[in-house]
Design a protein around this ligand. Structure first.
Ligand SMILES: Cc1cc2nc3c(=O)[nH]c(=O)nc-3n(C[C@H](O)[C@H](O)[C@H](O)COP(=O)(O)O)c2cc1C
Length: 223
């Protein structure tokens, strides 16, 4: 079969060989690939492996991006913890279009994920929450019983004095109940876009996957 410039595919062209050896074999199940690659990034202690960027659309149609901590990536979905009264959740509820972005520099892999989501109470989250540092638990409580996350306030001093009052009311040992507002955002991927650095050349392997009738359809993209 002829490739670019009439060269035989698989022929050596300078120092670069096309197609690459694993060109066709590396992503049959993109969710498995995402789960496995995340695991590799965690094992490599990639500083980005614990985080992602959630992009939503605000009420004026602007993209709104923020970093969130990735709790887990599993077959059942991607688990994130959020406050249900926060702007990101309100944005998702009025416009369900979103994208999650993962970039793991130690592996030079990027994934863009779209899909469906559920906002729900999760017993695992309640169990984990008790082990969170006290200061973090106090802020979570503050979002539920004090001021809403991302609402305007006259100064940081106001927040600090209100937090101190809350700390007096709820000492460490008594702050064991997860606040009402804290929920799990479970993302179920239906679209996964992969960008993989092939390293042999500056060519990247770009693929898009869409879940259709329970199976993933693949589209190769020009890098
Ligand atoms: C490293 C890092 C981790 C974060 N993890 C979370 C998280 O897990 N959940 C969360 O709600 N906000 C997290 N945040 C804060 C968000 O980026 C954001 O400021 C906050 O959720 C308010 O967003 P919103 O106003 O768009 O709702 C994190 C921020 C950083 C920088």
């Amino acid at each position: 079969m002829l490739g670019i410039n009439g060269a035989e595919q698989g022929d050596l062209s300078g120092s670069v060989r096309y197609p690459f050896s694993d060109w066709d074999s590396f992503m049959i199940q993109p969710l498995d690939e995402l789960i496995n690659t995340h695991q590799q990034a965690l094992e490599a202690r990639d500083p980005s492996s614990r985080f992602c960027v959630l992009n939503t659309v605000d009420k004026n149609g602007y993209p709104a991006s923020r970093v969130l901590t990735v709790r887990s990536i599993e077959q059942t979905g991607i688990t994130l913890y959020v406050d249900q009264h926060s702007p990101k959740v309100l944005q998702l509820q009025s416009n369900p279009k979103f994208e999650l972005l993962f970039f793991w520099p130690t592996l030079m892999k990027q994934y863009r994920v779209r899909g469906k989501f559920q906002i729900m109470k999760n017993p695992d989250q309640a169990t984990e929450w008790i082990n969170k540092p006290y200061a973090g638990r106090l802020v979570d409580l503050y979002h539920s019983v004090g001021r809403k996350q991302s609402s305007s306030v006259d100064s940081l001093k106001t927040v600090q004095s209100e937090l101190a009052a809350l700390a007096a009311q709820y000492p460490d040992q008594q702050l064991t109940e997860i606040p009402d507002g804290l929920v799990t955002l479970l993302v179920k991927p239906t679209h996964i876009g992969a960008w993989i650095n092939m390293q042999e050349d500056r060519i990247h392997d770009r693929r898009e996957y869409s879940l259709m009738d329970g199976s993933w359809q693949e589209q190769v993209l020009v890098p």
